[in-house]
Design a protein around this ligand. Structure first.
Ligand code: AMP
Length: 412
């Protein structure tokens, strides 16, 4: 059932606690190198402030070991957000405690406050499974969540990047706010609509493009997509586990031998379901993976001593042809070691083919992470229907999983 959004509730004069994903990339000096995640949260933030809500924002940033670490303070995010909103964002020095409580109480309609990094407290990331088995952990997580929950009248989840986690701020806080409005923000609404609807109501032909390092990471996705998609195009290192399972020679290419049986099983399963699996017929291969490594194109089998680092030109052509007529496309994972040109050629060719199909009316959805950065590097982002902000979360949606952090929120 569809979830209530911020637009469905009255926020005027209310304190609104909103979970964002402000886990922005930073350089060694702590400067924000991409503010995309802050920009993506703006529609919900502005909507709440303009309608007279008093906003308390919370997020995590980086890997903190559950204690204060100045390297990961959210202070630069508060500063950048202030610039974007053209108004002061109050920065709380912590996310819980008496001072935060007093600051939250003093907020007026239209005020905006950002709490300090949630992961400065180890309670934020205690897993529910661990908490179930250990009373002390359960109590610590509940107490932490209650302090956050008591700050506000309304809970909003707009953190798609962490939607698949059961962190205290994602699940235990809304649990503790039972009886108060608990809704999703516009970013989460958009992500669920694009990723969820695309899979449940695809216009055909429906093509999935999967790449990246490991088959083992994508088994759940492939299993869920067989029977739904017409074609699965496979590139990246994961292609070599499939090719080896079919008896091809793959030289020194990356391969997960433990998953060869599974790969073969998936290929059989796809054939039974009339789902075409497209594997690369040729490959860019190197003796040693290093910048400017000399490479050659191997057609079919790959000799020992050589490692595939990208799909070959023939593969790129065939893949593009298989994408051209698609009406629905989902893509997750690069076709090769795209960080190291010229081994980004295959990924670039696919990115262009997806953009061209979108120009012709296809709905295209790109999972976060590497494929998203490839699209952005090529400046093709405006020619894609939707680029997800959550790599892990988007993969779990493609696996058909439900998020308990979203399930707990109010239905329409
Ligand atoms: P993933 O995180 O699973 O999406 O994998 C992305 C990583 O896979 C990138 O860092 C790529 O460099 C790597 N990758 C893609 N193709 C290959 C390949 N043929 N050999 C080695 N690594 C690859």
């Amino acid at each position: 059932m569809a979830k209530k959004t911020v637009a469905d509730i009255d926020v005027k004069g209310k304190k609104v606690l909103m979970r964002c994903d402000f886990n922005v990339p930073q350089d060694a000096k702590g400067n924000i190198t991409s503010d995309d995640r802050i920009v993506k949260a703006l529609p919900t933030i502005k909507n709440i402030l303009e309608r007279g809500g008093a906003l308390i924002l919370m997020s995590h940033l980086g890997r903190t070991e559950g204690q204060r670490d100045e390297k990961f303070t959210l202070a630069p995010v508060a500063k950048r957000l202030s610039e974007m909103l053209g108004k002061k964002v109050i920065f709380a020095g912590d996310c819980i405690g008496a001072d935060v409580k007093a600051k939250a109480k003093a907020l007026k309609s239209g005020d905006c406050m950002l709490l300090e990094n949630l992961r400065f407290h180890k309670e934020e990331t205690i897993k529910d499974k661990a908490a179930k088995e250990d009373v002390q952990l359960r109590k610590a997580k509940d107490d932490f969540a209650k302090q956050l929950a008591d700050l506000a009248d309304i809970y909003v989840d707009d953190a798609f990047g962490t939607a698949h986690r059961d962190n205290a701020s994602m699940y235990t806080v809304p649990q503790a706010m039972k009886g108060k409005p608990r809704v999703i923000g516009f970013l989460v609404e958009k992500e669920l609509k694009f990723l969820g609807d695309t899979i449940s109501n695809p216009e055909k032909p429906f093509v999935a493009i999967l790449g990246g390092a490991k088959v083992s990471d994508k088994i759940g996705v492939i299993e869920n997509l067989i029977g739904k998609v017409d074609r699965i195009i496979i590139g990246g290192a994961m292609a070599y586990t499939f090719l080896k399972s079919r008896g091809k020679a793959i030289g020194n290419s990356l391969c997960e031998d433990d998953f060869m049986d599974k790969a073969l099983q998936l290929l059989d399963h796809a054939a039974d379901a009339n789902c075409q699996v497209v594997l690369p017929p040729d490959h860019a291969v190197v003796r040693k993976l290093e910048p400017n490594a000399e490479h050659r194109i191997a057609v079919g089998d790959i000799d020992m001593g050589w490692q595939a680092v990208d799909i070959g030109p023939m593969a790129a052509k065939i893949y593009a042809k298989n994408i051209t007529d698609a009406k629905t496309i989902i893509w997750n994972g690069p076709m090769g070691v795209f960080e190291m040109p010229p081994f980004d050629k295959g990924t670039k060719a696919i990115a262009l083919a997806v953009a061209e199909a979108t120009d012709k009316g296809a709905r295209s959805v790109i999972g976060g992470g590497d494929s998203a950065s490839a699209i952005e590097k090529l400046g093709l982002q405006d020619r894609i229907s939707h680029i997800s902000t959550g790599g892990g979360a988007s993969l779990e949606l493609l696996e058909g999983k439900k998020f308990k952090a979203i399930e707990i929120l109010d239905d329409k």
